[in-house]
Design a protein around this ligand. Sequence first.
Ligand SMILES: [Mg+2]
Length: 386
Amino acid sequence: MRIRDVRARLIELPYPRPFVPSWAPEGAHRSMSAVIVEVETDEGVIGVAGGDMGHDTGPLLLETIRGWIRPRLVGMDLFATGHIANHLRYVAEYVFPRPWVVGVAVWDAVGKACGRPLYKLWGGHAGKVRAYASFGEVRAPEQRAEDALRVVSEGFTGVKLRVHADTVAEDVAQVAAVREAVGPEVAIMVDANQAAARWRYRPDGSRMLWDFDRALTTARELADLGVAWLEEPLPRHDYRALRELTAASPIPIAGGEHNRGIGQLVRMLEDDCFTIYQPDANESEDIAALRDFGAMAAAKHRRVIPHAWATGLGVAGNLQLCAALPNCDWLEYPYDPPVIIPEVFHVMLTEPLLPDSTGLVAVPDRPGLGVELDHAAIEPLTVQRV
Ligand SMILES: [Mg+2]
């Protein structure tokens, strides 16, 4: 079975109200942009996947697919997945750093051609994965306590908060208010979004810089609140400081969502930079290589819990990876009502991926990623295609 075409489109999803992600120095977002990739074979099987969400980077991915990926992949054997991944590695190194969504679409087609969900092809057994509600905004402690209570009442057993205040005390106040509201049983994750230089600015141009001491002090304070992990407390290439922090911290340190390529991931694993590694199937490395990385991390008693701040289609790829990994116990589920909701994020799917009343997301039992594109829904949202 050979690849006949690689297509992609950029869709624009309007938000019900402006949304201010904690990591966005540009301030409020009024919509989300997202790339959808389709890989078509000469036998009519079409693999789909969802990727890049940057207003500025989405068009670059489309141009990369048109100019560099499609010409190389058309005519290739669909099942030569390792060979295809090496082509994407070349692109990642020399053209555009995160073409991996194309590989996820290839694997969706492989699963469909085999008639099996990906996670089953990869030896997974968990038919359901526990989801945590991943918030994106920093809000006042009382508001966040109310938000957390609401998602817990809907079934979620974990919530991830963003911290971006001037002082440790303000950051901790938000987490303490949520702990007080939800009680001891609900998992609370905390994301500092300090990994990228650009995220360390506020919309007014001021800096939001954590150093080692701020990170360790915060980790110690969060330990008293039973926090499940502290995410991206330091720049992503500061391997030595990350290793020292992981060694000193009383709670797990997580990160790696945009450390690209298997080389960086293995380097961090060897250096013991994190307790929890968070590569993303659409953004970090070939999805099959990430499954292998999971086995390496498991051998070192480390967890891999993929980053999945993504559309429903993007979450679908990471969900298959989660279900196949031997050491993954959570699915990141972007959910921050009233903006980040399935009605917006999952609009490209004929059936949204929803957690059940106990906070578990069932892995679709249909072939590949197990989801179907809603062409009628995405057509009017499409702003660019190649
Ligand atoms: Mg994160």
